[in-house]
Design a protein around this ligand. Sequence first.
Ligand SMILES: [Zn+2]
Length: 273
Amino acid sequence: MAGRAPGLSPDSRCAAFQTGLPPDDRFRKGSPTRGRQAAEVFPDDPLSAEQSMPSQAPALPKVIPFITPRRGEAMDPAIRIRAVPCRHPMPKLGYTLEEPEDRDPEGVLWARTLENPVVNGEREGAPRWSDVHPLRQRRTMMLLRCQVGDCPATRPDGSRLFLFAESTGMPDGEPMLTAKPPVCERHALVAARLCPMLGPDPYAVVVKRARLFGVSGVRYEYTLRGPRVVEESHDDPVPYGTFPHQNWILATQMWRQLHDYRTCRLSDLGLAS
Ligand SMILES: [Zn+2]
């Protein structure tokens, strides 16, 4: 199995960019709400389920990325983590009052994180640039949507564009792992400009196949007194299907493995700024 690209940041943190989010009625109501990544909105095969990008998208006045958390979007303080029975001999990590959207389609428990309302197309709260919102990262990675604007990221030929820092070195064609969701062509230059870790002219990896790989997050272990944290930030992804490991991680990042891609510099794509 191939590892991540050399020097690749272990998570998707590079949130130093902003977007004026397109209005999204799902996040308009009330004070901070729970994430809305209901399982039914996820198609089995996101690569084939999306439409191509619209050719004409409205200009955005300012940019705060969709995956950037805002002040107040913390872990839901009401949750209580506990061990719950499962079909394996050992219990698994769970919540006292668990809801279907607390787990991804592979059954992994996710950090239940509040979401601020969106008012007049703008999500409330100051951005926390160095962090990533777990559930919005999951949504964009699961559906392969743009990390900046939550827009469709499918190119006309069905491929997706992922950006990699110059410091990672030129991807060599081998499968590689990433927790950074794709970008649409409209937001690629914005993402590069506002993420200092990418460098002035990052690698543009145009991907035909990006399979779901696994998750990273907070690793727990089972004890007779209840779940206990053993590693606050487990940066190496736990592959889906790896038991009991995937049952004892509180996921904050979803990873994909990129196959069948070509690489160039972002400037070579000739995108309009
Ligand atoms: Zn976009």
